[in-house]
Ligand binder design. Structure first.
Ligand SMILES: [Zn+2]
Length: 268
């Protein structure tokens, strides 16, 4: 791809990441309040003042308002610019690592599906981090898009190429459903199983193993960090949401899964 076009596309996907990150913030907040995302204009959660378009510019509004509501001067959560910048960085990373060329429509369709799935995963990440829940309205459409991506892969590359991936998906789902069933939902929730289905539909078996391993490793490090900061009498009832770690694991598997697996297999 020509350099100028490449740079234009990087900027464009970075921009769309900001816009969709801003959408995710609004969607997560409205879901938590049981309001439709299509229902009326955004309001300040403190003073309920309706926000103007210039209050809603991703990152820019947060910076020009110095992190405070224009009307009531209460602080705006750092979650807003963080999610906007995070989604933007994710979109750029997805584009740069995709190796897209202009004469490969199949890769562009797969890339589009991955962007859609990513918006739903960012929403799941933020919602689980804030409210310890993974709403079906985020995870189920992501499963549908991942099924389309897998079906398309089968159609274009041949159905037999899917066999290792389907075996990996089946094993992972069976193992985690058993874990969920026997722990009565204490070790992981049913929403986490939906995330594992998405991972299995999109990742090759090696990358899936790396992704799940990373999720547990980072989840354990975070859990120890949280325990350290608590008083001993609080420690028995600590709950850590697992969804965000599964989602970080998914992207680790997607971007680096094969390299990490081959590097590890080089030792044994
Ligand atoms: Zn306000």
């Amino acid at each position: 791809m020509e350099t100028t076009l490449y740079i234009v596309l990087v900027v464009m996907f970075g921009f769309w990441g900001l816009v969709l990150g801003s959408f995710v913030n609004a969607w997560v907040w409205r879901t938590s309040q049981d309001i439709s995302v299509a229902d009326g204009r955004s309001k300040c959660p403190h003073c309920k003042h309706q926000l103007a378009w210039y209050d809603l510019l991703p990152v820019v509004s947060y910076l020009t308002l110095a992190g405070k509501c224009r009307y009531c001067h209460k602080p705006i959560s750092a979650q807003y610019p963080t999610v906007e910048l995070g989604t933007s960085a994710l979109f750029v990373l997805l584009f740069v690592s995709s190796g897209l060329t202009l004469n490969n429509p199949y890769a562009w369709v797969q890339f589009g599906l991955l962007l859609g799935i990513s918006v739903l995963l960012v929403a799941s990440f933020v919602y689980d981090a804030l409210y310890m829940q993974l709403p079906d309205k985020f995870t189920l459409p992501a499963i549908c898009l991942a099924l389309v991506a897998l079906g398309l892969k089968g159609l274009v590359l041949g159905w037999s190429t899917l066999t290792p991936q389907l075996v990996g998906l089946g094993l992972a789902v069976a193992a985690f459903t058993a874990l969920w069933y026997f722990s009565r939902g204490k070790w992981l929730g049913s929403g986490d199983i939906r995330l594992i289905i998405i991972m299995g539909l999109l990742l090759e078996p090696k990358a899936l193993v790396v992704g799940i391993f990373m999720a547990y490793l980072l989840g354990a490090i975070y859990g120890i960090f949280v325990l350290q900061r608590l008083k001993p009498q609080q420690r028995h009832r600590v709950m850590v949401p697992f969804g965000p770690f599964l989602i970080i694991g998914f992207y680790t598997g997607l971007f680096f899964g094969t390299q990490i697996a081959n590097w590890y297999l080089g030792f044994i």
